[in-house]
Design a protein around this ligand. Structure first.
Ligand code: SF4
Length: 161
């Protein structure tokens, strides 16, 4: 498979400072969550550009793969701030930023009627002892939690400076 490389014009859509921040964040969070970055680095780079651009615009790394009616409003909620609720609950990244070694999203923990299961089938978690901080906490407490709703629930990891 050949993919377009991000061009300099693509990169100029975001500040160098936040591009570097998001590159570091992607590497660190993949390690911490027991996932991999995509085997095609250009996919990771496009996503990093989208996240960095959102930090420039909105102050937070809003997921670059959704359509939002109101980005400002959405950035106030934590649901789609990377790492989003789905990642922290199900270890599922629909953008393909955090994937298995083959570049497929992990779908093992998704509800059976979730569109990720319908699209990809069952993709097992390659490193089940890591990640899913919110999902694990919910299983322990037996109730649904919102990311960042208590001092004990995970928030998006602050990009390391
Ligand atoms: S973890 Fe969630 S917010 Fe981050 S890139 Fe993946 S789908 Fe988007």
């Amino acid at each position: 498979m050949t993919l377009d490389q991000p061009t300099d014009a693509d990169r100029q859509r975001a500040s160098e400072k936040n591009l570097e921040r998001m590159r570091r964040y992607a590497r660190t969070f993949a390690e911490k969550s027991g996932t991999y970055l995509h085997p095609h680095p250009e996919i990771t780079e496009f996503l990093v550009i989208g996240l960095a651009k959102h930090i420039d615009e909105l102050g937070r790394p809003l997921c670059p793969c959704n359509f939002y009616e109101d980005k400002v409003q959405e950035a106030r909620s934590s649901e789609w701030i990377c790492a989003c609720d789905e990642m922290q609950r199900y270890k599922y990244c629909h953008c393909l930023l955090f994937v298995n070694e083959e570049g497929l999203p992990i779908t093992e923990y998704l509800p059976p009627d979730h569109e990720g299961r319908e699209i990809y089938g069952l993709i097992p978690d390659p490193i089940p002892d890591k990640g899913r901080a919110l999902g694990r906490l919910e299983e322990k407490q037996g109730r649904e939690l919102k990311k960042g709703s208590t001092p004990h629930t995970p928030e998006e990891p602050p990009p390391a400076d």
